[in-house]
Design a protein around this ligand. Structure first.
Ligand SMILES: Cc1cc2nc3c(=O)[nH]c(=O)nc-3n(C[C@H](O)[C@H](O)[C@H](O)COP(=O)(O)OP(=O)(O)OC[C@H]3O[C@@H](n4cnc5c(N)ncnc54)[C@H](O)[C@@H]3O)c2cc1C
Length: 313
């Protein structure tokens, strides 16, 4: 999974509707899931706090409105004036102020997915590693899943949640697949050999967001930076460079940093409907796709939705 693990729930710009509810539910469930995984001995962690930097007067104004609205709802968002950010300089990109959300969070996707996989297997889930190539209604209430190795599986319930593979599976059923890919590139950065290690703590509070770019400090002193927003399947060098330079405003230490790792992934965005696309397409056939930029955040609420659909038939 390409995600940086940033969980933006309470800073979402609307405080009602399905997306808001899914985000809040997911944040609460992530807390429970992480605690349960930790209790089973998995080295997973929810790092609390998110700092949204305001890079323009308009953004600062939007943050002020948002904080007023969320505080009236009893949520713990606060505004940090520019003076408070001076203690974080020269680490941060230039900002006129910031919104601090102590309840939003970040988690590392890989160890969390690995831990979930281990727990699913411990609970008796059988994992098949072959890709599904097509789906078919059998007519007896069963769905047939054709696998790449030529074998197939049958089940009364199938959930299509195959990321970029989802459109192919929908089309194999003769269904439309209004989902468009938006590619994202990300970087892991380290300090340059002769540069002093930058230190995140105690001053750098948590993952920060600047002009839509996430800066995620790592426990090992590295930094994740991401992600680009590139419609289609092709990664562009220019888009990566623009992001890496923080649109030309990266502080010196960031410009001199070393690129240790680079990766990319596709996010599927539903066309003509809001993300995510959760729907029962036919009896026993569920779709959970099109989570676009928030699939990691929304995973627990999506799982809960699927489980409710399966239980109620
Ligand atoms: C660079 C980047 C950064 C991101 N950062 C964040 C973030 O900070 N926070 C956040 O919430 N979201 C983030 N996202 C978005 C998030 O990664 C997606 O929304 C999420 O991964 C969607 O989950 P998914 O399970 O639908 O699809 P995927 O994560 O793509 O998973 C689909 C799975 O299905 C499998 N598959 C595909 N085809 C088939 C097939 N035919 N048969 C069987 N299996 C198949 C794949 O191998 C994969 O395991 C980011 C995305 C990118 C690209």
């Amino acid at each position: 999974m390409a995600a940086l693990g940033v969980l933006m729930a309470q800073v979402f710009h609307r405080a009602s509707g399905r997306s808001w509810r899914l985000r809040q539910r997911s944040l609460a469930l992530w807390e429970q899931w992480i605690a349960q995984l930790q209790a089973q001995g998995h080295p997973v962690e929810l790092r609390r706090g998110l700092l949204l930097l305001a890079s323009s007067p308009e953004e600062l104004q939007r943050q002020q409105l948002l904080v007023r609205e969320r505080q009236a709802m009893g949520l713990p968002l606060e505004l940090w004036p520019a003076e408070r950010l001076t203690t974080l300089q020269p680490l941060l990109p230039p900002a006129l102020g910031a919104l601090w959300s102590p309840a939003d969070a970040q988690l590392d996707p890989q160890p969390v997915l690995q831990a979930l996989r281990v727990e699913l297997e411990r609970l008796g889930t059988q994992l098949h590693r072959e890709a599904a190539t097509a789906l078919q209604a059998q007519g007896d209430g069963q769905w047939r899943v054709h696998l790449r190795d030529g074998s197939d599986l049958s089940s009364p319930v199938v959930v299509i949640c195959a990321g970029a593979g989802t459109p192919t599976l929908l089309r194999s059923l003769g269904m439309a697949a209004p989902l468009e890919p938006v590619l994202g590139q990300a970087l892991e950065l380290g300090h340059a050999p002769r540069q002093p290690a930058w230190s995140w703590s105690p001053n750098w509070p948590a993952a920060a967001v600047w002009q839509g770019i996430n800066l995620v400090p790592r426990p090992d002193g590295r930094l994740w930076l991401g992600a680009t927003l590139e419609p289609g399947h092709q990664a562009g060098a220019a888009a990566l460079e623009t992001m890496a330079s923080l649109n030309g405003q990266a502080p010196g230490w960031l410009q001199q940093s070393q690129r240790l790792r680079q990766w990319q992934g596709l996010r599927l965005r539903p066309q003509g409907r809001p993300a995510p696309w959760l729907e029962q397409l036919a009896p026993g056939l569920l779709l959970a796709a099109g989570h676009y930029r928030n699939g990691l955040l929304l995973a627990p609420a999506t799982a809960e939705w699927i489980s409710a659909q399966v239980e109620t038939g």
